[in-house]
Design a protein around this ligand. Structure first.
Ligand SMILES: [Zn+2]
Length: 153
């Protein structure tokens, strides 16, 4: 008969809910990337996208085409190749632009340095997630400025 030993630990006819769930879910293998993706310093939306990428589950055009959707499968950014994850992040002319990567890295370094100075002068330390938002906002502003300049020339 049932004996209670805390949530999930209750035994029903010799079985536990946790045991049943694990049996239904099946065997799981540990992966070496989980700590890099589920790090609390990473914004939740970035963590989720990292998890999708790790499982090759981003809804790229190529993948949607494979599902039978009426899309051409080409990359939205360059229009030169099938939009797979590998293309999008490693091969696409858009993502390979050194200027974009450099701008992101230097923006991150700038904001970390700014926070270092604030903590020294004002004894104020922002949460890493807040710093990440500042970096994101700075990059968005820069891209908008660049787009405006391109439209005006
Ligand atoms: Zn592309």
């Amino acid at each position: 008969m049932a004996t209670t030993r805390g949530y999930g630990g209750a035994k029903y006819f010799g079985y536990t809910l946790v045991g049943c769930y694990e049996w239904l879910r099946g065997a799981r293998t540990k992966v070496d990337w989980h700590k890099a993706i589920w790090d609390s310093w990473i914004l939740p939306k970035h963590r989720f996208m990292g998890w999708l990428i790790a499982h090759k589950s981003l809804h790229t055009n190529s993948r949607l085409k494979g599902f039978g959707l009426n899309v051409d499968g080409m990359c939205f950014l360059c229009g030169q190749a099938d939009e797979t994850q590998e293309h999008l992040f490693f091969e696409c002319a858009f993502s390979r632009r050194r200027k974009v990567k450099n701008a992101m890295v230097l923006s991150a370094m700038y904001h970390v340095w700014q926070q270092r100075n604030k903590s020294r002068i004002e004894q104020l330390v922002l949460r890493p997630s807040r710093i990440a938002l500042l970096i994101n906002d700075a990059m968005k502003r820069r891209v908008k400025e660049r787009d405006k300049r391109k439209l005006n020339t």
